[in-house]
Design a binder for this molecule. Structure first.
Ligand code: SF4
Length: 451
C-alpha cells in the first residue's frame, strides 16, 4: 500500500481546512488516479499521512490479485474504529474493487459512505460536498465504458517541483486475458483526443516536469478506434516535438500490438527513453494461448530481436505469472529458457491467483500453492543472476540521470534505461539531468558519482 504524502508532492496547501488521506493499492494506473484525486481535491483538502487526523479517507483499491483485495477489506475495516470516534469522517472506496463490487461494498460495510469507480474520480468534489451536507447520504458511482471522463483543462496539474509525472492517454482494455479482471472493471478501450494529451504534456512541462510517462492499460492500441487520431507511434512523435520535454516513457504495452512503427521510435525519438516494459506473462506458447494473449513465444522473441536491432542499448522489463492453470513442468521450463534468452533488466513475477469473474478462475487444472511457490522462487533466483549481470554491464559507463529526490542516504535518480541510481551530491541537483559515472552495480540499483 502506498500513501500519498503532502510533503512529497503537495506543498503549499497547508491552509486548506480539511484533511485528506489516500491509501493506494496496485498498479501505476492506480497511483496516477490517486494523484489525480489529490489534485482535483486540493482546493478543499490538504493531504495528510495520518488517517486518524483525516476528514476524508479514500482507499484506491486493486483487484488484480487476491491479496491486495483482502488487504483492502481489512484496511477499510480498521478505519471503522476511526469513524466510531468521529462520525463525521467520510470513508470512500475507489479503484477496481469498488468498480467490481459497487453496491455490495455499501451493503457489507455500513460505515463506508462512498464507492466510486476509476471513471468517476472527476466527480469527487461534488460527491464529497453532497456527503458533507447530508450525513445520511451514501453514494455508489461506478459508471462503465463510454463514460470516460476526460480531465477538464482546468483540472489542477502537478505541483511545482514534481520532476516526473504520468499523463493518461487511454482507459480500459479490449483484450480479455483469461486471468484478468481489468476489462470488466475499467471498461472498453477509449482513447483521449491527441490535442488534450499534448496540451496536458505542455502544461506539466511548463510546471517544471522533465519526464512524462504516457499511461494506459494497452497504450499500443491507442487511437485504433478513432478515425482522426494518430496511432501510438504517431502520438509519440508529436509528444517528442514538445519544447522542454526531456524524457518520454510509456506503459503498459501489449506485445501483440507492438508495431514496427513503434519499435522504430526507439533510438530515433530524442526524448523516448531506452526502456520498454513488455509483459510476456509466460514463455510457453501453450500457456499463452490459454491466457488468450494473442501472441506466441516465437512471435514475442521476434519482437524482442527487432527491438534490440533498432535500439541495442534498450533495457527490457516484464511481468510474469507462474503456476497458471495447467502450466506443466515443461511449460515452466519454457518460461525459464525465455528469461535466459531475453535477459530482462528486471521482472515482476507473481504466482497465479484466481480472480472471481475471470475465465481462468473456472479452469479445473489449478496448480497447487506449494508448487506455485517453488516455481516463483526458481524464477526469481534465475532473474537475480540475469539482472545482476545486466546491471554489472553498466559499471564504468557514463549515464544521463534525472535526479528525482534526496534523503539522508543521498540523491536518487534514474537512467534513461530506468535503472535507479544512488549518488552523493547537492540537493539542488533534484530535478536536473546530469551525467554520471556508474561505479557499482547492486541487485536492484546502481551506485554512481558525478563527473
Ligand atoms: S491486456 Fe490483458 S492483462 Fe492487460 S489489462 Fe487487458 S486484459 Fe488485463
Amino acid at each position: 500500500m502506498k500513501t500519498l504524502s503532502c510533503t512529497e508532492n503537495y506543498h503549499g496547501h497547508a491552509l486548506s481546512r480539511k484533511r485528506l488521506f489516500i491509501a493506494t493499492f496496485g498498479c501505476q494506473m492506480n497511483e496516477y488516479d490517486s494523484q489525480r484525486m489529490a489534485q482535483i481535491l486540493q482546493k478543499d483538502y490538504r493531504l495528510t499521512i495520518a488517517p486518524e487526523e483525516a476528514d476524508v479517507i479514500l482507499i484506491n483499491t486493486c483487484s488484480i490479485r487476491e491479496k491486495p483485495e483482502n488487504k483492502v477489506y481489512s484496511l477499510v475495516g480498521r478505519y471503522r474504529r476511526l469513524k466510531n470516534k468521529r462520525p463525521d469522517l467520510i470513508i470512500g472506496v475507489g479503484g477496481c474493487v469498488a468498480q467490481q463490487e459497487g453496491q455490495r461494498i455499501l451493503d457489507r460495510m455500513p460505515y463506508v459512505d462512498l464507492v466510486f469507480g476509476p471513471q468517476a474520480i472527476y466527480r469527487l468534489p461534488k460527491m464529497l460536498r453532497d456527503l458533507s451536507r447530508d450525513k445520511s447520504t451514501r453514494i455508489c458511482a461506478t459508471p462503465m465504458e463510454n463514460d470516460f471522463e476526460i480531465p477538464s483543462p482546468e483540472a489542477p496539474l502537478p505541483n511545482p517541483g514534481t520532476v516526473r509525472t504520468f499523463v493518461t492517454i487511454m482507459q480500459g482494455c479490449d483484450n480479455f486475458c483469461t486471468y484478468c479482471i481489468v476489462p470488466f472493471v475499467r471498461g472498453r478501450e477509449t482513447s483521449r483526443p491527441p490535442g488534450a494529451i499534448l496540451e496536458e504534456i505542455r502544461q506539466v512541462v511548463s510546471e517544471g516536469v522533465k519526464e512524462v510517462t504516457l499511461l494506459g492499460q494497452n497504450v499500443n492500441s491507442y487511437g485504433k478506434k478513432n478515425v482522426n487520431f494518430p496511432d501510438f507511434a504517431g502520438l509519440l512523435r508529436l509528444a517528442d516535438g514538445i519544447d522542454g520535454l526531456r524524457r518520454l516513457r510509456f506503459t503498459t504495452s501489449h506485445p501483440k500490438d507492438l508495431s514496427d512503427a513503434l519499435i522504430n521510435c526507439f533510438g530515433r525519438l530524442e526524448t523516448l527513453c531506452e526502456h520498454l516494459h513488455l509483459p510476456v506473462q509466460s514463455g510457453s506458447s501453450r500457456v499463452l494461448k490459454r491466457m488468450n494473449r494473442h501472441y506466441d513465444r516465437d512471435g514475442y522473441l521476434d519482437k524482442v530481436e527487432r527491438l534490440r536491432k533498432a535500439c541495442p542499448e534498450i533495457s527490457l522489463t516484464t511481468d510474469l505469472i507462474v503456476g497458471f492453470p495447467g502450466e506443466s513442468e515443461r511449460d515452466f521450463q519454457d518460461t525459464l529458457s525465455l528469461l535466459k534468452i531475453v535477459e530482462y533488466d528486471q521482472i515482476f513475477a507473481f504466482k497465479y491467483s484466481p480472480r472471481p469473474g475471470t475465465r481462468a478462475a473456472e479452469f479445473d487444472d489449478q496448480i497447487e500453492e506449494e508448487e506455485k511457490s517453488r516455481r516463483l522462487a526458481e524464477v526469481l533466483d534465475l532473474q537475480k543472476k540475469i539482472g545482476f549481470k545486466r546491471f554489472k554491464a553498466l559499471e564504468n559507463t557514463i549515464q544521463e540521470v534525472l535526479i528525482e529526490s534526496v534523503d539522508q542516504a543521498g540523491l536518487k535518480g534514474r537512467t534513461r534505461g530506468n535503472h535507479v541510481v544512488h549518488l552523493e551530491g547537492n540537493k539542488n541537483l533534484v530535478g536536473k539531468l546530469i551525467r554520471i559515472r556508474i561505479d557499482r552495480a547492486g541487485n536492484h540499483s546502481l551506485r554512481g558519482s558525478t563527473i
